[in-house]
Design a protein around this ligand. Sequence first.
Ligand SMILES: [Zn+2]
Ligand SMILES: [Zn+2]
Length: 410
Amino acid sequence: MSKPISNKGKGKNKKKATPDPVLLGFPDGSIDPEQDSDAYSTKIGGVPVWLQSGFAPPAEYLKCGICRQSMYLLFQGYVPLANSIYHRVIYVWACNRRLCMRKEGSFTVVRSHLVDPEYLAAHRKKEEEKRKKEQLKLEQQKKAAQPFGAFQLGDLWGSNTPSFSQAASNAITTSEHDDKSTDTDTLTTTLEKMTLDTQSPSLQEQSQQEIPIVSFPGEYLWITEEDLNNYDAMGIDMERYREYIDMQNTLLEASSEDTTEEGTWGGEAYEKQQLPRGVDKQFKKFAERVQLQPNQCVRYQWGGIPLLYHQLQGHQQQSIRSLGGNCSQCGSSRTFELQLMPNILSLLPTSEYASAELSENNKKKDVNSWDIGMEFGTILVFVCEKDCHPVDIEQPSYVKEHVLVQFEQD
Ligand SMILES: [Zn+2]
Ligand SMILES: [Zn+2]
């Protein structure tokens, strides 16, 4: 059950002719609440499980920006990137109040890292080898530059004496290596803690307890590649769809190079002049088909193109690439990574939970009878394309990323 969405072994170069296939997540059985303690599982609902037990994100991240109440976990996905030394999890939360929908702050996405001791060790070994090689090269260059006649006895020692900076860097490397020997133990202990130890609150856990944790029943997700051949059987013209995707890619490339009015996503010019005849209709049909598929909960494609619920409007009428904005930590562009599909709303008891909460509150004050929980058409998640780690390498990190929610239109 705890398989990663993406594969660490898989190459994921940014500039590639063909992007990775879209991965889809389908429901794969409910999670026993007693067993809902695996940070490496990919699921909808349930409780958030942190990569390092007891090290939670700021409580603020889990509160709705509108009503200040606790939000519900919608999605947790184990999504390590290729060639990264970090375990990586994406969490998506949402407020379950209809009144908070369609307002900024009622959905949150957080990206979390925890260094993998084995990958870190390998990474450091590589760095060390690189450093040694460079040092050797430098020494050889020095020797070559030194006329033999000028060689004196003392130089035998002198040339081997490391410079101050070399000594310093040696010292740092050495102390890091000393720490390393206990890393594996630490991870094992952490893993044990994840399943066994839910007590022993740390500072973070205490701050966490300031807001009540609310959760839906959890459901594992099963991840598989999108099978485009299926769509042929459904009578969707895949050739036209691919044509459409190719055109989108061309537009993306163009818009990343210059940001002129031309080629903006969903803009008038785009729709009326650049869209091959009949393709927009075809794409609409495609989107409808995807929605008709009963099980699709998540679509994953690092750096890919989201499947829009509707054309972008107003201030969103810009290139997809700039939709995610910039990383709050390192300033890099954000890239599309995944999107949550409306089928999640039929799997999680959002309305039941909302009306249960309502009937409790009803005694106190008037409430809108139409407030029946959260809604969304699709939730698009954009993340830092550098996958930055803003704290010390050995510390777990939490970075708030960008979420764009599309709703049903009136
Ligand atoms: Zn709210
Ligand atoms: Zn960043």
